[in-house]
Design a protein around this ligand. Structure first.
Ligand code: HEC
Length: 152
């Protein structure tokens, strides 16, 4: 019992202490001249799907969930956001060259098709990211349309 209490005590201390390790949850201001949704004037439904299912990790408009304020979950969320933005940031779409745009559109189609995006762990806590079959089809059709017309 004594050991159990000690473990519990030190776990609580650790949990409390790690809350003071900050994670930067500030968003950079969005330049609407290079933001994908503004540039492409995406149809309302596509905008809704992108904002609800992709923009939290692939833009500078991240809306952090409540659990993102509690360590150690905050670290995991922040690392997904950092990594997501590094790979693909829709907020700076206008700065990408045509090759990168084409490749990102192709990869988006592929990842939506094979259900690797939106990130499965994220979907559990985000109803809007739980894409229906028709939602996936619409996003794929939209991205493929851009690829076909070369209107990256
Ligand atoms: C919870 C965060 C999160 C969400 C939401 C999310 N992604 Fe990602 N995405 C990531 C991370 C992290 C990576 C990089 C690691 C990996 O590929 O698994 C990534 C990688 C990608 C890549 C691959 C880029 C490359 O360079 O290979 C594409 C394309 C992509 N995501 C598209 C999307 C699309 C489209 C959506 C919405 C339908 C979406 N993602 C939703 C976190 C996310």
């Amino acid at each position: 019992m004594k050991t159990f209490k000690k473990i519990l005590f030190w776990s609580l201390v650790t949990f409390t202490v790690i809350q003071f390790i900050p994670t930067d949850k500030s968003n950079k201001p969005v330049d609407h001249k290079i933001n994908f949704i503004d540039l492409k004037k995406t149809p309302p439904k596509v905008t809704e799907l992108l904002k609800g299912a992709c923009y939290d990790c692939h833009s500078d408009e991240t809306v952090y969930p409540k659990y993102a304020y509690i360590a150690p979950f905050s670290w995991s969320v922040k690392s997904h956001v950092n990594e997501g933005r590094e790979h693909l940031n829709f907020s700076v779409w206008g700065k990408y060259n045509d090759n990168l745009k084409k490749s990102m559109l192709e990869k988006s189609v592929q990842t939506i098709e094979d259900h690797s995006m939106p990130f499965p762990g994220y979907v559990v806590y985000h109803e809007k990211a739980n894409l229906r079959k028709a939602d996936r089809a619409l996003l794929i059709q939209y991205f493929e349309g851009l690829l076909k017309s070369k209107a990256y």
